[in-house]
Design a binder for this molecule. Sequence first.
Ligand code: AHM
Ligand code: MG
Length: 343
Amino acid sequence: MDHGTTLTQFIIEEQRRIPGATGDFTSLLNDILTACKKIACAVNRGGLIGILGSADTENVQGETQKKLDIISNDVMINSLEWTGHLAGMASEEMDDPLSIPAMYPKGKYLILFDPLDGSSSIDVNVSVGTIFSILRCPEGVKEPKVEDFLQPGTQQVCAGYAIYGPTTMLVMTSGHGVNGFTLDRSIGEFILTHSDMKIPADTQEFAINMSNQRFWDVPIKRYVDECIEGKEGPRKKDFNMRWVASMVAEVHRILTRGGIFMYPLDSKLKAKGQTGKLRLMYEANPMSFIVEQAGGASSTGTARIMDLQPNDLHQRVPVVLGSKVEVEKVVAYHQEADKKAVA
Ligand code: AHM
Ligand code: MG
């Protein structure tokens, strides 16, 4: 029985189209797939093996870690450090970049990852995921330091996420469109099921944590108010709202049926000295690469996310991404608000 194109076959065929490709990147992706399968297994067994719940530790961001955050982070490290394809790794769950142990060969790539995004909801059994971003290690650098990782999103070689939901899927881009693969557990392979994913330009669905409404700036308030006014308001159509509190699930829905996702900077975050909720290097950049490759747009509200020059490994940014027309509307509302403020 033919199960279809496996992800490994897909990336090897892509590699053949790139003159001079060594196969390094293909092998690295294969190692990431293995890590994601292991995390899928752990997430899937959850309560059966007692790994739900809090680990009673905090990460660099001051967030309480779940047992599965730590397990997923360890799986990523153990699956990738020995392979010889990486020069360094950075994770949302670790303060500093991780060097490749001296006993292993070093490669030319850097990886940044959020090992288990949405993990604060893991105990309620919603879809969570692993997000990754691959960069080239700067030429001649053997021991990459923080500054070597601080490359704008436009420099990403590849970005992807694994979503652990009713099915486990891996969605990725290496700059030639977005493809989605579903894990066929009977053969242990990711099979191409969603080729050339495109975000529908037209949408009537928005996603934002409405409980933060009173903290939002004017442009976000205006945009959401107009969505809620529906047919009777300036948008002249009804909108639907979704909030899973798991960015991977949110982006996956938008890739499947369109929509806009927003986690803006608000006065509550500002009061805590934060510049946003979501992390530029582990969440915003890889998701922006995927969304743009699928024909959508991704912005802070005032700037394209992938153009930002990162200043910190754990930098947080406002995020507005999804269907192009809607993202452009939010950006236009920011520009209008700025003009008013100057006048
Ligand atoms: P995490 O990386 O610690 O899981 O946090 C990121 C998550 C996103 O997946 C999600 O969009 C957001 O945090 C939800 O935030 P909130 O709980 O404020 O709604
Ligand atoms: Mg996250």
